[in-house]
Design a protein around this ligand. Structure first.
Ligand code: CA
Length: 530
């Protein structure tokens, strides 16, 4: 009873009012995490593993004379159960042989976490900070009245690596602001070739089958287009140069979007491999976000013949093409590769949507919304055939990429809080263990849930009023006297709580949440007016 009382107190006091600063409380007895600095997410110490990883990286550098390249593939809205390596693939009529091969020849991460929608995840990956801290909690749209550019003062992994001698490049979807000062090439990427928005934000202006009320009504369409949102495939450089490559004005053009992105990454890898700089590439697919239009070459390419599934086959093929280019240009052994999705499947657009074995979907903090496939591959550096259920938050890619690039995380400005954890040793040491003890699931500005080990406690839950309508017809409600506590080992679908009396871990919950809350008192979140 005492625990649940203090919990409700915590939610109201710490997360809504955020009053006085206080000392960061010690973690609970059941937490293995240790505070290394007041502005860093506590992590589980793995000293021997860390030493082994450092030796391995030093040997790599001695052997190759360079820091490793980093290529991160983010597939938009791909479900946990979409890749064959995660239980989908051929079983759901869309074989993914290339992703499967990377998983089989690398490390398959079964407990990888994103944020609950596109923008927050991407912001978290690039800044290593929870979106609630940066204010990058949703797309910044044309017409939004923001008081502060949330990017101002933020350090991106792309910018930090660029300063350390990398060529940093975003190819594909951005979705974290399209105004000057918020574009990828304004916030650290040396080069940008891609799109500012999600697929349907383009196609809704010219797809009469899906949006007839807008597309076939000239007055409405003109008013909609007067908002002035960018409809182009854009090329931009860090010096400010920004050009339109192509204006997307038909579903046929959108269908070929990812093919153009694939071609660009392939071309640039060939060129960059001739140079002397290591590269950091975020290849962020437009697919498989609704609405899906397969490239000509992939129409009907999946066994299922549905556009979403065809697009899974297409995305998988492009991953294969880019990996093959790395191999052909002699860079495969020099390149750390990560494959993931930015959130769970968007079930609201079913059947134009992916598959998750878990409860919930995109837009929620149920496992179905935030648990995503994670594959780490590095030929010769990550032992093949490994599988781990260790916790990995996609924000950890910030710290891990910096460590791979030789950037000292402890030397970053200490005026802000970093939520990512350096997972280099987890990923590159054979049999490595995760250094992450907690995953916090925020729903906009509200903390909705937390996972620690195999336990997950919900303070707020999203309840769909119709099956699949987790965004468009759902309510978010606080849980009752006790948080909803699930044991994800015995109940991965979060169907039946273990109850507040059932597990000693419940007693630690208050202390863990209090420690997290205290970081916000000490490092107040940015209010951008969004
Ligand atoms: Ca997404």
């Amino acid at each position: 009873m005492r625990v649940t009382f203090s919990l409700s107190l915590l939610i109201s006091v710490m997360f809504t009012i955020q009053t006085s600063a206080q000392e960061q409380p010690a973690a609970s007895a059941l937490s293995r995490a240790v505070v290394s600095a007041p502005n860093m997410q506590p992590a589980i110490p793995r000293p021997e593993q860390d030493v082994h990883a450092a030796e391995k990286l030093a040997a790599f550098e001695a052997r190759t004379g360079q820091k490793p390249n980093i290529v991160i593939f983010i597939v938009d809205d791909m479900g946990y159960g979409d890749p064959g390596a995660f239980g989908g693939g051929a079983m759901i009529g869309a074989a993914t042989p290339h992703m499967n091969a990377l998983a089989a020849d690398g490390l398959k991460l079964l407990s990888t976490y994103s944020q609950y929608t596109c923008t927050p995840t991407r912001a978290a990956v690039y800044t290593g900070r929870l979106p609630v801290r940066t204010g990058l909690i949703r797309p910044i749209l044309a017409g939004d009245t923001i008081t502060v550019n949330p990017w101002e003062g933020e350090l991106s992994v792309a910018g930090l690596l660029s300063a350390a001698g990398y060529h940093s490049m975003l190819v594909g979807k951005w979705h974290i602001g399209e105004g000057e000062g918020m574009r990828p090439h304004d916030v650290g990427f040396d080069e940008f070739y891609g799109f500012y928005k999600a697929q349907k934000e383009y196609t809704q202006a010219f797809d009469p089958r899906r949006f007839p009320d807008l597309v076939l009504d000239p007055d409405k369409l003109e008013r909609y287009q007067s908002i002035g949102s960018n409809n182009d495939l854009v090329y931009g450089l860090a010096d400010g140069k920004t050009e339109t490559v192509e204006t997307i004005d038909s579903t046929e053009k959108m269908a070929e979007g990812d093919k153009m992105l694939r071609d660009y990454t392939v071309k640039r890898i060939k060129e960059l491999s001739e140079g002397d700089k290591p590269f950091f590439i975020s290849h962020s697919f437009m697919k498989v976000h609704a609405d899906n239009f397969p490239s000509k070459e992939f129409r009907g390419a999946s066994a299922s013949k549905y556009p979403y599934r065809d697009n899974m086959v297409e995305v998988d093929a492009y991953i294969g093409d880019i990996v093959a280019t790395l191999e052909d240009s002699g860079e495969l052994e020099n390149t750390f590769i990560f494959v993931t999705s930015d959130n769970g499947p968007q079930m609201d657009s079913w059947p134009d949507s992916g598959y998750t074995p878990f409860r919930g979907a995109k837009g929620t903090t149920w496992e179905g919304g935030v648990r995503v496939p994670g594959i780490a591959y590095w030929k010769g550096m990550i032992a093949p055939g490994q599988v781990s259920d260790g916790l990995f938050d996609l924000m950890d890619l910030f710290n891990t990429s910096l460590t791979l690039g030789g950037v000292d995380i402890s030397a970053l400005p200490d005026d802000r809080y970093y939520d990512g954890i350096d997972q280099t040793s987890f990923l590159i040491v054979e049999g490595g263990q995760s250094r992450r003890e907690h995953v916090y699931n925020w729903l906009g500005k509200q903390l909705a849930a937390m996972r620690m080990r195999e336990y997950k406690a919900h303070l707020l839950v999203t309840l769909a009023q119709e099956k699949f309508l987790y965004i468009d017809m759902a309510t978010v409600v606080p849980t009752g006297l006790a948080p909803w506590l699930f044991n994800l080992y015995i109940d991965p679908k979060e169907e039946y709580t273990v109850g507040h009396r059932m597990n000693a871990w419940t007693a630690s919950l208050g202390a863990e949440l209090k420690a997290h809350a205290a970081t916000f008192a000490k490092f107040p979140p940015k209010d951008s007016g969004l």
